[in-house]
Design a protein around this ligand. Structure first.
Ligand code: SAM
Length: 251
């Protein structure tokens, strides 16, 4: 969270100046972009694919919808959204990091996925879209990296059409004590080691574990959505709260 008085925020467990966080996060994702997809499979034992599939299935859209995937990285969510919006719809895959978007674009083009997809380099805090542009917005494992989450939620509200839905998939607070202990051990001991071997970058994967701990829990994030103007806010835990899906509507 941003502390407006001290102008500080957190980068993992480290307190940093607000203006430095985006650069530090940028360095993390520029460093891991090439190994991002393989690391996701390795560190979640493939479970991230199940979470993402369930997440996209639950997005309330009809064929023909225009959807914005924010912090979309290498495009896992955009790829799953495309069949949902059909030939008449479109998906904007957007991210602040050019390296992540480039890896995503190359992967999509390799798979022959071109139609209905647009790539936009954008900071979630200042979206380059007009008011009421999208039927739905998705953001998966992205919000915790954004410096000013309240500003990003306001922007999401602004660019959604009335009746549109925001969908957030993010790590959250684990609801079982045993699971919490195992998860703690795993993310602070094993995860940075896997990062060191596969991505040659232990620090970025330590940041990942720390950023998960610093992210608002289920109720706090639900209230942040309400503060940004979203209505009918709800959330759904998966894997005992390891991740949660939050939803809200622009009414
Ligand atoms: C963990 S990745 C998630 C990528 C993808 N959504 C997925 O689920 O695989 C987080 C992404 O958030 C992006 N990001 C970080 N800060 C951002 C911001 N302020 N605005 C937009 N994207 C941001 C990063 O560049 C990175 O691609």
């Amino acid at each position: 969270m941003v502390d407006k008085e001290s102008n500080k925020t957190h980068f993992g467990f480290t307190e940093v100046a607000v203006e430095d966080k985006a650069r530090l996060v940028g360095e993390v994702f520029s460093s891991v972009a090439d190994s991002y997809d393989i690391m996701n499979d390795l560190m979640s034992f493939g479970v991230h694919r199940l979470w993402k599939r369930h997440f996209v299935r639950r997005v309330a859209i009809q064929p023909g919808a225009k959807v914005l995937d924010l912090a979309g990285g290498t495009g896992d969510i955009a790829r799953l959204l495309l069949p949902r919006v059909g030939n008449a719809g479109s998906v904007v895959l957007s991210d602040i990091n050019p390296e992540m978007l480039a890896v995503g674009r190359a992967r999509m083009e390799d798979q022959g996925i071109v139609k209905g997809l647009e790539y936009v380099l954008a900071n979630a805090e200042e979206l380059p879209f007009q008011d009421s542009s999208f039927d739905a917005i998705t953001i998966a494992f992205g919000l915790r990296n954004v410096t000013d989450k309240a500003a990003a939620l306001l922007e999401m509200h602004r660019v959604l059409k009335p009746g549109g839905q925001v969908n957030i998939l993010e790590f959250s607070q684990v609801k079982s004590k045993i699971m919490e202990r195992l998860y703690e051990q795993y993310s602070f001991s094993l995860l940075p080691k896997i990062g060191a071997i596969v991505a040659k970058d232990e620090d970025s994967y330590r940041y990942l574990a720390e950023s998960i701990r610093k992210h608002p829990d289920q109720e706090t994030l639900a209230n942040m959505l309400r503060d940004a103007g979203f209505k009918k806010v709800s959330y759904e835990n998966m894997t005992n709260g390891v991740v949660a899906i939050h939803r809200g509507y622009h009414v």
